[in-house]
Design a protein around this ligand. Structure first.
Ligand code: TXA
Ligand code: MG
Length: 315
């Protein structure tokens, strides 16, 4: 791994793109201080230029140099959850240029816990801009093979780090506007943030700041997908003439062409989710039916990703 990391650092310094594992999903990394490298990152992602990208660091101290203010709440959350699957939105310092923030006055900062990510970031010694290593709007990769399948020759190097343990993207907490707001739910739940801060935290005010994960259809397979309550699953299967793929807790139904059974534990479900959506997407079915998970708070992050997966189909 040492030699691979050294090669990756060399590539990043030369303005190239390196995909690397994190505990949430794989990221597509570029030197966050290099405008050309970030421009190429956006081109490969096919991401609109006014969408901000998260900057990754090896440690909180380094991360906070990219913010002009690190309020106490930020220090508290960093101490409690970094390294780990949490992104903090803070007012930017001069280090965070417009090409990273989409022109906004704040910046997304994250310190991942995956050992390969950590080693890469520590050896690189600066900020690495990294969105999930998939094309814009599609399902995030949780293995190096997913990255290669999605991006092919567009990525200069892919670091191997096994399947991502969390499986869905980091929790995003906006601390740039006074009151903390959860912009994207993740493994770290709103209740965990509230417990750490000792006060109530609200969830996503839809208006500002803009973030691409907030778009209607995101993290989505190509095959049209629909959430179906368990008591309607049977009727839907009977009604549909299409070739159907199902993602469910329940046992396979023999009328269904492709059935994937998911765990009843939300963490285990999240870990498998994107690989499962990819698998169903490649089963050449016309419709994906997804059994609705429980509406308990521990399912919030999974439910959020499932809802996004069920937006209007991308053609
Ligand atoms: O778990 C993760 O966060 C992964 C891994 C690779 O770290 N990264 C990730 O990045 O999910 P991406 O770019 O696919 O999603 C980041 C989300 C987007 O919705 C982006 O718009 C939002 O974070 N974001 C980044 N900077 C922001 C900012 N300054 N203000 C508001 N939202 C921001
Ligand atoms: Mg993404």
């Amino acid at each position: 791994m040492k030699a691979e990391i050294a090669k990756a650092v060399e590539q990043l310094k030369a303005g190239r793109l390196v995909a690397f594992p994190t505990e949430t999903v794989y990221g597509l990394g570029a030197d966050a201080s290099n405008a050309q490298a970030v421009a190429r990152l956006y081109a490969v992602k096919r991401r609109p230029a006014d969408h901000p990208v998260i900057v990754h660091f090896d440690a909180a101290d380094r991360a906070f140099t990219w913010a002009r203010e690190a309020p106490e709440a930020a220090r508290t959350l960093a101490k409690r959850f970094w390294p780990g699957p949490l992104t903090l939105i803070l007012k930017r310092s001069a280090l965070a240029k417009d090409f990273i923030t989409g022109g906004q006055d704040n910046v997304g900062l994250r310190v991942p816990s995956h050992p390969v990510a950590h080693e890469l970031l520590a050896s690189f010694g600066g900020g690495i801009a990294a969105p999930s290593a998939n094309r814009f709007g599609l399902v995030s990769p949780t293995t190096a093979a997913h990255v290669r399948a999605d991006l092919g020759a567009d990525v200069d190097l892919v670091l191997e780090g096994g399947p991502s343990e969390v499986g869905i993207e980091s929790t995003i907490v906006d601390l740039s506007r006074g009151e903390p707001v959860v912009l994207r739910p993740g493994k770290i739940a709103r209740a965990d943030i509230e417990a750490a801060l000792g006060r109530p935290v609200s969830e996503k005010a839809e208006d500002v700041p803009r973030h691409s994960g907030g778009l209607e259809r995101h993290y989505a397979p190509r095959t049209p997908a629909r959430l179906v309550p368990v008591h309607e699953l049977d009727r839907e299967i009977a009604r549909l003439k299409d070739k159907v793929a199902v993602l469910a807790f329940s046992r396979p139904d023999e009328r269904v062409d492709y059935w994937l059974r998911m765990p009843r534990n939300p963490q285990a479900y999240a870990r498998k989710l994107y690989a499962a959506l990819r698998e169903l997407d490649s089963a050449s079915c016309e419709t994906i039916l997804i059994e609705v998970p429980p509406s308990a708070p521990e399912w919030a992050a999974v439910l959020d990703r499932l809802r996004r997966a069920c937006g209007t189909a991308v053609t």
